[in-house]
Structures are given as structure tokens and as C-alpha cells.
Design a protein around this ligand. Structure first.
Ligand SMILES: *[C@@H]1O[C@H](CO)[C@@H](O)[C@H](O)[C@H]1NC(C)=O
Length: 262
């Protein structure tokens, strides 16, 4: 004889076989631990250590726990870091993006973690350009070697704001540059040209040439106008000189009449 209240329990366990329960547990486990898929998380006294190295990730995971302090994304296939990719990670101190396929870093890529970040590894990527303000508010030590850098004004400006970080610029080697005498692989710091004034000087020259052109046009017009007037005046004078033979005295009287009338 079964007790009457054992029946509902038997029904529940029958509709929910152990495999389903196990799968449910498996699904809930990472969520409970707050660790993104294909990452390993270790809790430290000061926060979470998230390691997603060698995981064939094509993008920055969107479900990184908010209390992450170290994030390793190295050796993946990440090609772009979108704006605010790390938003909400208010305690992030170390970010390793080395050995990926990152091509450019937008102005807002690090928005939200600029104040806390201490180390940023961007080495061994495909970065050639950065926005001139990409590192503007960053206090971190940035590793940016082994990238095909295009050494132009924007890069010079981006590095200039990182005065605290000489090493960052020290490792940058130029793959290309607007300078004609640049050699591939030349260290950025060895090129002591002002890459920003370079562009400015070119526009200055263009402006100067244009202004000179305009000036020359105005001067030649004035010269032509004066010459033309002189010619007219001379002809007019000759005409006036020819008048007295027909009406003597008339030409001399006229100005006097005008002044007395006024
Ligand atoms: C980032 O990861 C790479 C590969 O594991 C490692 O060699 C490098 O030292 C790390 N960067 C930093 C700043 O710890």
C-alpha cells in the first residue's frame, strides 16, 4: 500500500528524468558561477580572474562578469574591438588581447575601463591605425609591439598623450609612413619628424601658392586698370588741348564757374 501523498512525487520524477535534470544543472552551473562559455574563471580575494586564451573566440564575449579584474583574451581570432566592448567591468585591471587579429581600435573601445586598467596588451595583432584619442584617458601600461603600424599624425598624437608610457612608443615599429625617407621596421621613436606638422606644412604651402596667385591677379588687374586710365586721360587731355583752337577761353573758365556755383 502506497501512502496517498507519495503519488504526486512519483509523477514529478517520472516527467523529469535524471538526464534532463542533469542537463538543466549543467546549463545553470556556468550561469551560477558567472563564467562565460569557453573561459575559465578563478575567484581571487579581490575579484574574478577570467581566462579565455586559445578559445578560438571571434569576438569579445558579451557576458563577462562585472567583478572581473583580469581578463585574458590572448591567442584568439578577435578582429575588432567595438566601442564600449568592456563596459560594466568597473574593476578590470588587466586586459590581454595579444595574439589576435585586431585591425583597428576605435576611439571608444576602452570606454568604461580607462580609470581602472593598469595593463593592456595589444601586441601581436594587425593594428595599423588607432584613433588619436584611443588612449587619451588611459593610465595603463600599454604593450603595442609587433603590429603593422602606420606611423602617421594620429599615431603620434595617440602616443603623445601617454607620456607616462615611454615603453609603449619604444616598441612601435613602422610598417608604413607618409615620410618619403622612411624605412620599413624603423622604430617610431627614431623618426624624429613632426608627423602632424608635416601635413600642416603641405596645406600651408598650397594655401601660400593660392594666395600668391590671387595676389598676382589683383596686382596685374590694378596695373592694367591704371595703364588703361592713363591712356584715357592722355587721350582726354589731347582732346582738351585740341579744344582751345575752336573755342578759346572756354576751357579755362569752366572750373571757375563750377566752384562759384557750389
Ligand atoms: C599576455 O599573454 C601573452 C600570452 O600568454 C603573454 O606572453 C604576455 O606576457 C601577456 N601580457 C601581459 C602584459 O601579461
Amino acid at each position: 500500500m502506497t501512502p496517498p501523498d507519495a503519488l504526486p512525487f512519483r509523477l514529478v520524477s517520472a516527467s523529469c528524468p535524471p538526464t534532463v535534470l542533469f542537463l538543466l544543472l549543467l546549463l545553470l552551473l556556468p550561469a551560477a558561477r558567472g563564467c562565460p562559455r569557453s573561459c575559465a574563471c578563478i575567484r581571487r580575494p579581490d575579484g574574478l580572474d577570467v581566462s579565455c586564451s586559445h578559445a578560438r573566440l571571434r569576438a569579445v564575449p558579451s557576458d563577462i562578469p562585472a567583478d572581473t579584474v583580469t581578463l585574458r583574451l590572448d591567442h584568439n581570432l578577435i578582429s575588432a574591438v567595438p566601442d564600449r566592448a568592456f563596459r560594466g567591468l568597473a574593476r578590470l585591471r588587466e586586459l590581454n588581447l595579444s595574439h589576435n587579429a585586431v585591425e583597428t581600435l576605435g576611439e571608444g573601445a576602452l570606454r568604461g575601463v580607462e580609470a581602472t586598467l593598469r595593463t593592456l596588451d595589444l601586441s601581436h595583432n594587425r593594428i595599423s591605425h588607432v584613433h588619436r584619442d584611443a588612449f587619451a584617458r588611459l593610465h595603463a601600461k600599454v604593450h603595442m609591439g609587433d603590429n603593422p603600424w602606420h606611423c602617421d599624425c594620429a599615431l603620434q598624437q595617440a602616443l603623445r598623450v601617454m607620456a607616462h608610457n615611454h615603453e609603449a612608443a619604444g616598441r612601435v615599429r613602422c610598417h608604413s609612413s607618409p615620410l618619403r625617407d622612411h624605412r620599413e621596421g624603423q622604430p617610431f621613436l627614431a623618426m624624429d619628424a613632426d608627423l602632424c606638422n608635416l601635413a600642416k606644412r603641405t596645406t600651408d604651402y598650397a594655401m601660400l601658392v593660392t594666395m600668391f596667385g590671387w595676389f598676382a591677379m589683383v596686382v596685374s588687374y590694378v596695373v592694367y586698370y591704371v595703364r588703361q586710365n592713363q591712356e584715357d586721360a592722355r587721350r582726354h587731355l589731347e582732346y582738351l588741348k585740341s579744344l582751345p583752337s575752336k573755342a578759346p577761353g572756354r576751357a579755362g573758365e569752366e572750373p571757375e564757374d563750377a566752384s562759384t556755383a557750389v
